[in-house]
Design a protein around this ligand. Structure first.
Ligand SMILES: O=C(O)CCC(=O)C(=O)O
Length: 255
């Protein structure tokens, strides 16, 4: 599923791309949803083993503080907990999309399940991913996979087209009307330039690690389950300046 030249051009211009062609078929989607729910159910019974609520307000993000009134749930490294998600890292259509944008030597930076439950799904504030990651060079791309239809009612992605060309903005701790959110960063964004990116279940959107993006709370009656896979060109350095040679090689060769 290599991207067409015009899609690559659009990504280079805007720093994101919505792909309406199905990347995950219905049967695969059913399996992924079942396994997603099973991992979340299993993690809910534990503390400190991968599940975080990014909507927690306070000074610490420990799981004891989980405020179930608002939930922006995250499981980092989903592939380590479930074989279906490990296999998904090697799903050819996803790697073809990544290869069209970052070349043929592709490593996993990490993946994350991002779950906004119906009625009380929390917000993710305007940010650039590389404000968290500080990777060098900042050439990573993320494929955000919708496991449910994601739209403006249940918290689809909003992006600022072209923002990835404008450099890294200075981020601070996110703050809601209830207080500071220790797990999230936030930056001022020119919301007049924002565009929503609704994505149907089984389809994806791709964004550059310098693209400004955000998702709204989910007050609808529909869950919004998603998985983001963050890909890096082999040879990328972490915030300490070290080449991340131990990260999984998904396609091609190590630099
Ligand atoms: O899924 C969300 O609500 C936020 C996703 C996000 O910020 C990301 O994939 O970088």
């Amino acid at each position: 599923m290599r991207l067409m030249p015009k899609e690559v051009e659009q990504f280079r211009r805007e720093g994101y791309l919505k792909i309406d062609k199905r990347v995950i078929d219905d049967e695969h989607l059913t399996v992924l949803r079942e396994h997603y729910d099973a991992v979340f159910a299993q993690k809910r019974g534990t503390t400190g083993e991968g599940l975080r609520n990014l909507a927690v307000v306070g000074d610490s993000e420990s799981s004891e503080d989980i405020d179930s009134a608002e939930e922006m749930l995250q499981i980092m490294e989903m592939w380590r907990f479930d074989e279906e998600y490990r296999k998904l890292l090697y799903h050819e259509p996803l790697l073809d999309i990544a290869e069209s944008l970052i070349g043929s030597d592709i490593q996993l930076f990490h993946d994350q399940a991002l779950y906004k439950p119906a009625y009380h799904g929390g917000e993710v504030y305007w940010h650039q991913d590389n404000a968290y990651w500080q990777c060098k060079p900042p050439n990573l791309v993320s494929i955000w996979i919708a496991l449910d239809d994601a739209d403006q009612e249940n918290g689809c992605m909003n992006v600022i087209p072209g923002s990835y060309l404008e450099g890294l903005a200075s981020h601070g701790r996110a703050e809601s009307e209830k207080g500071k959110l220790p797990a999230l960063l936030q930056v001022d964004a020119d919301v007049d330039r924002a565009v929503p990116v609704p994505v149907k279940a089984g389809c994806v959107m791709v964004h550059h690690c310098m693209t400004l993006h955000q998702t709204n709370p989910n007050r609808s009656s529909r869950d919004r389950r998603a998985l983001a896979i963050h890909y890096m060109p082999s040879g990328t350095r972490n915030r300490e300046g070290e080449v991340m040679k131990d990260n999984l090689l998904l396609r091609g060769e190590l630099a």
